[in-house]
Design a binder for this molecule. Sequence first.
Ligand SMILES: [Zn+2]
Length: 131
Amino acid sequence: MARRPLLAARALILRCPHCGGTGLFRHWWAMRETCPTCGLSLAAGNRVGANLLNLVAAEFLLMAFLAAVIVCGWPTPPWSTLEWAAPLLMLIAPLVLYPVSKLLFVAFDLMLHPDAAPDAVAHGISADSSR
Ligand SMILES: [Zn+2]
């Protein structure tokens, strides 16, 4: 698999985009600072971009949901259902998409900086000591 699709695919299944390692999250909303397998920094410099990506993905999901419900229900879309379902989706979607957007942004960073060494390697620290 080519490098860029591989990086994105690993992020989408919640694995380290760089090495494919697991254990990147303490729980759904708390990502470790570094990958336990390769030492890649997962936090530094990507918080704003990842949060922006999360918000944009949630907005696109809402628009797709609204368009599908309105088109499928035309000529009498269920407006009363949409009045509570759309705000509920806007509350839930960013929470559900949070880990995926964080790792996708790390993958995008690796796509733009393919020669960047993992922080543990760059600083001469073994991957075992970064846990
Ligand atoms: Zn890794």
